[in-house]
Design a protein around this ligand. Structure first.
Ligand code: IPT
Length: 995
């Protein structure tokens, strides 16, 4: 087969042809035909501008001895050639389309390779899977062509120039900027070069040029239909030229006894359908006399029925994430292992859908989605977001000269990826405004692949989208859309059409830094309203590039760290996993909220309710483990026998029938909790048996109120003291408890602002700073012994400079034994308080640095905040102070443990230290730096341990929300300045020795 170079992409204006000399696009598939990977070490020359690039370096005899080496695939900026740059929406070059700056970094690549002699006389194709952003290619001095479309494949026919059995010289000139860059304004690092595989493919005459697998499933009958077309190539130009005529090919699927000619439709009376929950694939082959091509067939039908998106006739709820390709060392040149890591992590965290924001991923990733089961919205490599600042004036999306480029991109994606059952929708791209070229893409894809709905968010009229898609809509708007009572469009026809479409949030819950809050409330809306079919959290991974500072310390870099003239800072650090793919608390929370079975324990009603939120799977795949813990210690445990619950159904059972032990709890057992966990009963492809998928907790017994007896008459003045506690005579602050030195608790309202606090939309952090919340002054108004002689009372006024508002804080200290004191704190706002939430309300104290081990009883083990606490379960937990820190790439408030009943901070070797007992609960953070240090740091490695452990004991924290892009905290999570009362007991623990 030697398909003619297609010429349908010539545009009217020179410089806008997306490709030249490139073969028509086709599916990416394996084959038994020989192939040669050209990945590896290439010769490389980098020039800061085209003018400085070496002339004639594509000639075979060019002397490249002075050049360096660069690995293919990779990005040259990550190998020391030039520097990475990050902008989100703004183009890093003048808006002057289709022109690009003279300083256009240019990479010249050369490779000498030797194809086996058996290839002689056979057709061959050279394939590039991804080159950013444009390239020209020469083989043995002959120019093959050029291409743009960084995340799209380009194939060149090399039959006439390849010389098997001898040395061949391949030369590629890559330019960082091209007309294509105007279409690639995605929110990510600008990184260049040959970053995906380069492969030489022998193409046997009479082989399989292209295949299109059509495999549907009829939910009513359980039958599958299969037709595999073996085409020359697609007819994208609509000119009736269908490329080469197809060879005689057969389609063979042994497991289903299928052996039919290509193009023929077979019906399989009963077939197991493919879904994300049950990714059944059948292995088959497309066979011609000259070639065998393996195919993995998943029978499934995607449809929009009565305004609902269905797969195999069932409504799907997309528990999705947006995935950019990223690795902290390799950028977008990700390995198969990186891709597998992502897929396994997603599956293990209950994710069932991926939007490939904002470009087609490496095709191997889609193979993994087919295999492990993830629904995919495959998004085209298209974004022109920078035009938003010009009110979309000049946007390529509506300019006819760009039409071919748009169609070229869509065709290259659809043709490459059309055989993946995991792909349930095509997406035209992201944030490219509205326009005729998008409509053209939509229409082309509709006709080429009627089996998949098409997604596009950027035009809210939905003229080019089969679903109504939005990003960052707040809960109230999502609810209105769910009830189909959203604000109408001006055009009633468009409005009626949109109102009839299913709704997805293609982006929501911006996972930047500490967050996102508000997930639970979104999920409830998705479950309540049929139209709301879920969404995709923004985004999967922090794009922090591993870098070293001048003293060699490693850190993750973000925008501005490479001296960019324009950048968007840490807005690229907004993932559910850290750059090294460690799950962040946000992912742990998401996993809990999107669990596919819900376990509700209601000890008052005495019931256990299991709701199966799966689409097709019953609950037979789970084992149910339970444990009763009294004061955190396991008291009884076992495995439940539960009949399988059908998908979409819920079953309520009496607790005592299942777990008689719930009635056998002795008095004085303390706080007692029952935990039930759904774990995989058998190994799955993506996790071992025992992997926890879902859990629920119910409190069987509340703690008996335990108020230690106050030692009467223990308060003294001169110097101020209560029992074994000593206070500073001027400030009234606790300085010693027994033999333990402390810097006494004092009122604290500051937290190192989170990215969500700092967001322009929330404007909280800026207002807090303006009002001086981060620099409160403490004035002690009086230190007295109460009339009863029991309590030392310290009255303070806490206020920022220049302001008349204040918090009046009264500390009432009593002795509750030799080495323990009880503190009752009363806080009352005073004066003209601004209408602002408080960051936190609590106490801060400092204790010696060697008290580095923390144990607590309460929710854990991870951090939790008022609106991010579903993943925390009540029990005994422990961690070192260091391990309590969540290493957000951009330092901010973190590590807070919520509703702690009691905690100890001790010396790990002696057990000596401090115990804190809540009345009833407190929030806890402990860190080796102050809040001010945390606030000042810009990267995690800039935080240095001090000589103390700084502890905060919180009455409450303000919610986290998701305002860094989207709504802030819901009103019920707002912390208002209001009268508050709070009590804790502080006890000196002697331990076994020093400390
Ligand atoms: C939205 C973009 O689609 C996405 O790529 C990312 O930049 C995200 O924002 C924020 O991280 S667009 C935004 C202006 C709503």
């Amino acid at each position: 087969m030697t398909p003619a170079p297609h010429s349908t992409h010539r545009s009217h204006r020179a410089g806008l042809a997306p490709t030249a000399g490139v073969l028509p696009p086709r599916a990416w598939f394996d084959s038994n035909a020989p192939r040669l990977s050209l990945n590896g070490a290439w010769r490389f020359h980098h020039a800061p501008a085209v003018a400085a690039a070496p002339d004639g370096c594509w000639e075979p005899d060019y002397d490249d001895a002075g050049w360096g080496h660069l690995t293919v695939p990779s990005h040259w900026q990550l190998a020391g050639y030039g520097r990475p740059a990050y902008t989100n929406v703004r183009y890093p070059f003048p808006l002057d389309a289709p022109n690009v700056p003279d300083e256009n970094p240019t990479g010249d690549y050369r490779l000498t390779f030797r194809p086996p002699p058996e290839w002689a006389g056979r057709p061959a194709v050279l394939r590039f899977d991804g080159v950013d952003s444009s390239f020209r290619v020469w083989l043995n001095g002959a120019e093959l062509g050029s291409a743009t479309g960084s995340r799209l494949p380009a194939e060149f026919d090399v039959t006439d120039v390849l010389r098997p059995g001898t040395d061949n010289v391949l030369a590629v000139r890559v330019q960082q900027w091209s007309a294509g860059s105007y279409l690639e304004d995605q929110d990510m690092w600008w990184l260049s070069g040959i970053f995906r595989d380069v492969t030489l493919l022998a193409r046997p005459a009479g082989g399989v040029p292209d295949i299109f697998v059509h495999a549907g499933y009829d939910a009513a009958t359980g039958a599958g239909t299969l037709r595999v077309d073996v085409d020359g190539t697609s007819d994208r130009a609509g000119d009736g030229d269908d490329g080469d005529s197809a060879p005689a090919a057969r389609v063979v699927v042994p497991e289903l006894d299928i052996d039919v000619p290509a193009g023929e439709t077979v019906t399989v009376p009963t077939v197991r359908p493919w879904s994300a929950e049950s990714p059944q694939l059948y292995d088959g082959e497309v066979v011609t006399a000259a070639e065998r091509v393996p195919v993995r067939i998943g029978f499934r039908t995607v449809a929009i029925e009565d305004g609902v998106l269905t797969v195999n006739g069932r409504r799907v709820l997309l528990r999705g994430i947006n995935r950019h390709e990223f690795h902290p060392d390799r950028g977008r040149a990700v390995t198969e292992q990186d891709m597998l890591d992502d897929v396994l992590l997603m599956k293990r965290h209950n994710v069932n859908a991926v939007r490939t924001s904002h470009y087609p991923p490496h095709p191997h990733f889609l193979d993994l989605c087919d295999q492990y089961g993830l629904y995919v919205i495959d998004e085209c490599d298209l974004e022109t977001h920078g035009y938003v600042f010009e009110k979309w004036e000049g946007n390529p999306s509506d300019d006819p000269v760009w039409r071919e480029s748009y169609l070229d991109r869509m065709a290259r994606m659809v043709e490459r990826d059309k055989n993946h059952p995991s792909i349930i929708m095509w997406s035209l791209g992201n944030e490219a405004g509205a326009g005729a070229n998008l409509v053209a893409m939509y229409e082309w894809a509709r006709q080429r692949d009627p089996s998949r709905p098409i997604h596009y968010e950027g035009d809210h009229t939905t003229v080019c989208s089969d679903v109504y898609s939005r990003m960052y809509a707040d809960h109230a708007e999502v609810e209105a859309i769910g009830r189909r009572i959203e604000e109408p469009l001006d055009d009633p026809v468009l409005d009626a059409a949109r109102r009839a479409k299913p709704f997805v949030l293609c982006e929501y819950a911006h996972a930047m830094g500490n967050g996102p809050g508000g997930l639970l409330e979104y999920q409830r809306l998705f479950e309540m309203y049929e139209r709301c079919q879920g969404g995709f959290v923004w985004e999967w991974i922090d794009h922090g590039l591993r870098t070293r500072d001048s003293s060699g310390r490693e850190f993750y870099a973000y925008g501005g760290d490479f001296g960019e003239e324009l950048h968007d800072g840490n807005f690229v650090i907004d993932g559910l996993v850290f750059p090294d793919r460690t799950p962040s608390p946000g992912l742990i929370e998401l996993k809990k909220i999107i669990e596919p079975v819900r376990i509700d324990l209601d000890p008052d009603a005495g019931t256990l309710r299991v709701t199966n939120l799966h689409e097709v799977a019953d609950t037979g795949r789970y084992a149910w483990e339970w444990v009763i813990e009294a004061a955190g210690a396991p008291a009884a445990w076992g495995t439940l026998k539960l009949d399988p619950v059908a998908p979409g159904r819920a079953v309520t059972s009496p607790l005592t029938a299942l777990i008689p032990q719930v009635d056998e709890i002795p008095d004085g057992a303390g706080e007692v909790w029952l935990t039930v966990r759904a774990v995989l009963a058998a190994d799955a492809a993506w996790a071992d048996a025992g992997h926890e998928v879902a859990w629920g907790q119910g409190r069987l017994r509340a703690p008996a109120p335990r108020r230690p007896a106050v030692v009467a008459g223990a308060a003294r003045m001169d110097p101020p003291s209560v029992g074994g506690a000593r206070f500073d005579a001027t400030t009234g602050r606790l300085v010693r408890l027994g033999d333990l030195d402390l810097e006494g608790p004092r009122l604290d309202i500051w937290r190192a602002p989170t990215d969500n606090d700092s967001a322009q939309a929330a404007a909280n952090a800026a207002a807090w700073r303006r009002k001086g919340f981060h620099r409160m002054h403490h004035r002690t108004e009086g230190i007295d012994v109460a009339a009863d002689g029991d309590a030392l009372v310290v009255r303070t006024r806490v206020a920022p400079a220049a302001e008349a508002f204040a918090l009046l804080a009264i500390y009432r200290w009593t002795a509750v034994g030799d080495a323990a004191v009880r503190l009752e704190l009363d806080v009352v706002p005073d004066g003209p308080w601004p209408d602002l939430p408080l960051p936190r309300l609590g106490l801060r104290l400092a204790i010696p640095a060697h008290l580095g081990l923390v144990r607590w009883f309460g929710p854990g083990p991870g951090e939790a905040y008022p609106d991010i606490r579903q993943a925390a379960r009540v029990g005994n937990h422990g961690a070192t102070v260091d391990a309590l820190q969540t290493p957000y790439v951009f330092p901010q408030e973190n590590g807070h443990r919520i509703d702690v009943r009691h905690a100890t901070l001790t010396d790990a070797s002696t057990g000596a230290g401090l115990e804190v007992v809540g009345d009833p609960v407190f929030g806890l953070t402990a860190r080796r730096w102050t809040t001010e240090d945390l606030d000042a740091a810009r990267h995690h490695h800039e935080l240095h341990p001090r000589e103390h452990v700084f502890v905060t004991l919180d009455v409450a924290q303000h919610g986290i929300g998701s305002a860094s892009c989207g709504p802030g905290e819901l009103p019920r999570y707002r912390l208002r300045a209001a009268p508050a009362r709070f009590a804790v007991v502080l006890r000196r623990l002697a331990g076994t020795g020093r400390g």
